[in-house]
Design a protein around this ligand. Structure first.
Ligand code: FEO
Length: 170
C-alpha cells in the first residue's frame, strides 16, 4: 500500500513526465519546420523516453496497489527562435524535473515510505544523465555556433540517436 501524500506526488510526477514528452515533441516539430531533421529525431527519441518515465511511475503505483490518476497536460511551449535557445529551454526544464524528483525523494523519506524512496533512486540517476545529455548539445552549439556546415554535421549526428525502451527493472 501507499499513503495518499506519496500517491499524490507520484501521480503529479506522471503528469510532469508526459508534459516533458509533449514539450520535446513541440521542439521536434520546430526542428522539422526549419529542416533540421536530425535534431527533430533527437527530440522524438527524448519524447519517447519521457513517456517511458511516465509509464514506469504508472506501473509502480499499480504494483503498490495505488490508483493512477491522470490529469490535464498543459500545452507545451512552441515559441522557439534557434537551436541553442531550444536546448537552453530543455536544460531549464530538466533542472525543474530534477527538483521535482528530489521532492518525491524527500517526501517519501518523511513519510517513511522506503520502497518509494528506493524506487525514486532510479529517477535521481536518470536525471543526472538527462541534464548531461542536453548540456552536451548546448556546449556543441556554443562551440560551433549556427554556422551552416557545422550545423549540417551536428544534425547528422543528432539523427543517429536511437530509442531503446527504458525500464526500471533492467
Ligand atoms: Fe523524465 Fe527528462 O525527465
Amino acid at each position: 500500500m501507499i499513503n495518499d501524500k506519496v500517491l499524490d506526488i507520484l501521480n503529479s510526477q506522471i503528469n510532469k513526465e508526459f508534459y516533458s514528452a509533449y514539450l520535446y515533441l513541440s521542439m521536434s516539430a520546430y526542428f522539422d519546420e526549419i529542416g533540421l531533421y536530425g535534431f527533430s529525431n533527437w527530440m522524438k527519441v527524448q519524447a519517447k523516453e519521457e513517456m517511458d518515465h511516465g509509464m514506469i511511475l504508472f506501473d509502480y503505483i499499480v504494483e503498490r496497489d495505488g490508483v493512477v490518476k491522470l490529469s490535464l497536460i498543459d500545452a507545451p511551449d512552441s515559441d522557439f527562435e534557434c537551436p541553442l535557445q531550444v536546448f537552453e529551454k530543455a536544460y531549464e526544464h530538466e533542472k525543474f524535473v530534477t527538483s521535482s524528483i528530489n521532492e518525491v525523494a524527500h517526501l517519501s523519506e518523511d513519510e517513511c515510505d522506503l520502497a518509494t524512496r528506493h524506487f525514486i533512486n532510479w529517477y535521481i540517476s536518470e536525471q543526472v544523465e538527462e541534464e548531461a545529455n542536453v548540456l552536451d548539445v548546448i556546449k556543441k552549439l556554443k562551440l560551433f555556433g549556427d554556422e551552416c556546415t557545422s550545423l549540417y554535421h551536428l544534425d547528422k549526428e543528432m539523427g543517429e540517436r536511437a530509442y531503446t525502451q527504458h525500464s526500471y527493472k533492467e
